[in-house]
Structures are given as C-alpha cells and as structure tokens.
Design a binder for this molecule. Structure first.
Ligand code: PBG
Length: 344
C-alpha cells in the first residue's frame, strides 16, 4: 500500500510552512505589512546667509547648506519628487551669536527670511521650523544659561522660545517644532501663538528627544559645535537620558496635554522601542527623526564598501515606519523619493 502522504523520506510532516508566504516576488508584495511612502517623508534642509555657493556638510555626504536662492531651487526639486514638507535649519556665522541668542528675535533674521521666501514661492509646501536657541547662542545650548552658567534656565528660555515661535508663524511656518526640551514650552508656545492669532499653526513637539551622540554631524551643519568650543556639547540637563524609557514617555505625554499636535521621537533608529510605546499611548500622529548621525553612519559604511547604501537606507526607514512612525524626518527623503520614482 502506498502511503497517503506523498513524501520523500526527507520531507518533514509540517502543516504550517511560513516560507510559502515568502516564496515569490508577487507573494511577498501581496503580504507586505508595512510600506514607506513619499507622503511619510519630511526633508530637513540647512540654510546659510548670503548669495554664495552651496556649501557641503563634510560629515553628511550629499547634504548641503543652501543660500536662499539655491534653497528655492532645491525646494522645487523636492516638490517635483512628491515630497510635501521641509524642515528648515539656519546656520549663522559667529557674528550672529551671543550668550542669550538675541539674534533669534531679530525680525528679518535668516530663518525667517528663508521661510517667507519658500512660502511665497511654494505656498503648498509645508514648512517646519525649529524652535530652539542653539543656532543663535555662542555656547550652542538650546536656551539661555542660568546665573551660575552651569545649566539652561528653563523659564527664561521658554519665554524667548515662545517669542521665536510667534515670529516663525508670522513668517509663514506651518508647523513650529520645539526641539529645546524645556519644561512647559509647548503650553507657552501654544498660548503665545493663539494670542497672536496663529491658531492654525501646529506644534510638532520634539517630545522624546534624547541626549544623543548621533547629533554630531548636525552640529557641524548648523555650527553649534564650533560655537561651544568643545568636542562634546553636554545637553544632558534637558535632553533625555537614553537609559530611561518611562521618563521619556512621561515627558512626551506631557507635551500632548500641553497642546502639541504631533509628538516626535528623536533619534529614530536607536529608539524604536520608545517610538513603539509612544505609538501605543497616544492618539496624536507620531513623528520620528532619523538624525544626522544615523545618516552619516550609513554613508560612512557604504563609502568603505561595508554596507549597501540604498538597501540599508530603505531598511532603516521601513523599520522606523514599522515601529509606529506616521511621519519621518530624514536626510534621505529626496534620494529615497528619486529612487522610488525610478522604480516605477
Ligand atoms: C537643536 C537640534 C538638534 C537637532 C535638531 N535640532 C541638535 C541638538 O540638540 O544639539 C539634531 C538633528 C540631527 O542630528 O539631525 N535644537
């Protein structure tokens, strides 16, 4: 009698074979659970003053600092790639920096001019601005220092940040993004925006921002590292401790209570657990910032021939999405979008 089960001697008696769902390109596409779309991506861009040439950021291959005319060209390219949002970061020379970041509140300072120019040229492009004092302070901290100079004075900083947010809204920013990590700044910014009539301006709060070594290349890009005159700018009295997920979630959820419209986790890749947990605990959209160091390390390894640039890039973005990000700030946005178009 032949056996009713047609099996060779080496065939396992398995009812469930998960590999069936991974067998062909078509199967894999049909069962794919997570997708990255150009609608998820926000392109950060660095801006410099003057009419000079575009400058490259040494530690971030392919990333530039754009004078305003070149910034407009770049925004045009970005829009053509289907990207809907940019986050602008200004780089100021030492002449614009002082102890208290006075230049932040100068009405025609570079960032505000850049926002105006971009919104005038491209009204539908969503523009996000950072609310923090680090581009404007000589010490590179995100706020003003306390009397003993050892820490950042929370309440004095919040007052200035709220004023900066109003100037940014006035210039046309769609979302203001406090990245300073002071207590109570979201509430103060919301009240200041509303009082000034900017009820439509949204707050993308850097809700869980960790004191991270992954910001190094960004600090080169905006010049806050040189400003500090040290190799390591210590922001641990306000940015979060990488070891503390409960503290991070508590602080992030306070931003929701204070009126934030979106909550952000930063960096992204090394903090996917925080992103995942925050996604479970809030009904607000959640953003993730794949920061400069995450970008730089992939490029560096690719330059060495140790990693495949595009595959590694795509895997990191997919992982950030899978962990729960609704939107991702990434320096890879335009490159990713260009490759997505080339694939179709
Ligand atoms: C500063 C700010 C930082 C980043 C965004 N806003 C750096 C810092 O806190 O020193 C980092 C972004 C990146 O590394 O890509 N307010």
């Amino acid at each position: 009698m032949p056996s009713p089960i047609h099996c060779t001697s080496s065939q396992l008696d398995l009812l469930k074979r998960p590999r069936r769902n991974r067998r062909t390109e078509a199967t894999r596409a049909l069962v794919q659970e997570t997708h990255v779309s150009v609608d998820d991506l926000i392109q950060p861009l660095f801006v410099v003053d003057g009419e000079g040439p575009v400058e490259s950021v040494q530690s971030m291959p392919g990333v530039m600092r754009y004078p305003i005319p070149a910034l407009l060209n770049r925004c045009n390219e970005i829009i053509e790639l289907g990207i809907r949002a940019v986050a602008l970061f200004p780089n100021f020379g030492p002449g614009c920096k002082d102890e208290v970041g006075s230049h932040a509140l100068v009405p025609d300072q570079l960032l505000l001019r850049a926002v105006r120019a971009v919104k005038e040229a491209f009204p539908d492009l969503l523009v996000i601005t950072d609310v923090a004092l680090d581009p404007y302070t000589s010490h590179g901290h995100d706020g003003v220092l306390s009397a003993d100079g050892r820490s950042v004075d929370n309440d004095a900083s919040v007052e200035k940040l709220a004023q900066l947010a109003v100037l940014e809204a006035e210039a046309g920013a769609d979302w203001v993004a406090p990245s300073d990590m002071m207590d109570g700044r979201v509430l103060a910014i919301r009240r200041a925006l509303d009082e000034a009539g900017y009820t439509e301006t949204a707050i993308l709060s850097y809700a869980a921002k960790f004191a991270s070594s992954f910001y190094g290349p960004f600090r080169e890009a905006v010049g806050s590292l040189q400003a500090a005159g040290t190799a390591h700018l210590d922001k641990r009295t306000y940015q979060m401790n990488s070891a503390n997920p409960r503290e991070a979630l508590r602080d992030a959820l306070l931003d929701e209570e204070e009126g934030a419209d979106l909550l952000m986790v930063k960096p992204a890749g090394p903090y996917l657990d925080i992103l995942y947990q925050l996604r479970q605990q809030t009904r607000l959209p959640v953003a993730a910032y794949q920061v400069s160091g995450e970008y730089a390390q992939i490029h560096a390894a690719a330059q060495m021939g140790w990693l495949d640039l595009k595959k590694t890039r795509d895997e990191t973005l997919l992982s950030i999405k899978r962990a729960g990000a609704d939107t991702i700030l990434t320096y890879f946005a335009a490159d990713w979008a260009a490759d997505a178009i080339a694939r179709t």
